[in-house]
Design a protein around this ligand. Structure first.
Ligand code: CTP
Ligand code: MG
Length: 229
């Protein structure tokens, strides 16, 4: 199942505290965003990469695309203040019947998950990568436990999130009209009453958010070097 991918990369990486967009931090001698882009560059099913960027990062990013011979980026659009706006700006350039959205800050996504998501999106309309929660989750109010939520029904939602183009476009347009802000792409699709399938992904598909995630990143790469993918 062929697809296009929207990669939001226009954040500031405030929680990483590096004083610049965290996606330029190198792990294993390559900027985080390059790791992410290369996964899609090397996937024969990926027809194009629509990258949302901060205008201040444009020249550094175009330099990286050249240096790493990344040729599938078909649009470099300016992002917005929130991730939702960045994704929406890039989505407007989408053409393929299946589009997935994947965080620039998740460099460890692998092809089997991508393939499964594209297939499920084609069949069901929408699909998200997720893993079962390992810890017990409780709802807290004023410092006291209000409720323990049954763990079997709880999943941690990641990206990629894949959709039929018509559905995701409608979801973003409706959200804009209604002033609805979601914390992920699927929540906008849920908001218009469409179903979203869950695809079990890997625990190592982490989002590099804070400093300690860089240590986990090195560990994931060391594991892959030792045991293969
Ligand atoms: N992103 C974006 N546009 C924004 C905000 C975020 O394209 N206005 C992107 C980030 O570049 C990242 C992804 O969305 O690839 C997930 O966001 P997050 O991990 O929160 O990154 P940042 O927003 O950069 O980090 P922080 O929230 O700590 O500032
Ligand atoms: Mg953010």
């Amino acid at each position: 199942m062929k697809y296009e991918v929207v990669i939001p990369a226009a954040g500031q990486g405030k929680r990483m505290g590096a004083g610049r967009n965290k996606l330029f931090i190198e792990v294993d001698n390559k900027p985080i965003i390059v790791h992410t882009l290369l996964v899609f560059e090397q996937d024969p099913l990926c027809q194009g990469i629509l990258l949302a960027i901060n205008p201040d990062d444009r020249s550094e990013l175009t330099g990286l695309l050249k240096a790493y011979q990344i040729k599938k980026v078909t649009a470099l659009v300016d992002g917005g203040r929130e991730r939702q706006q960045s994704v929406h700006n890039a989505l407007k350039q989408a053409q393929a019947s299946i589009v997935m959205v994947h965080d620039g800050a998740r460099p460890f996504i692998q092809q089997p998950t991508i393939l499964e998501l594209a297939q499920q999106a084609h069949k069901m309309g929408g699909a998200v990568a997720a893993v079962p929660v390992k810890d017990t989750i409780k709802k807290i109010r004023d410092g006291f436990v209000e409720e323990t939520i049954e763990r079997a029904s709880l999943w941690l939602i990641q990206t990629p999130q894949a959709f039929r183009l018509s559905i995701i476009m409608k979801a973003y347009e409706e959200a804009q009209k209604a002033g609805f802000e979601g914390t992920d792409d699927a929540s906008l699709v849920e908001h218009i009453g469409e179903k979203v399938q869950v695809v079990e992904a890997d625990y190592d598909n982490i989002k590099l958010t804070t400093k300690e995630d860089l240590i986990f990143a090195e560990a994931i790469l060391a594991k892959r070097r030792k045991y293969g993918q």
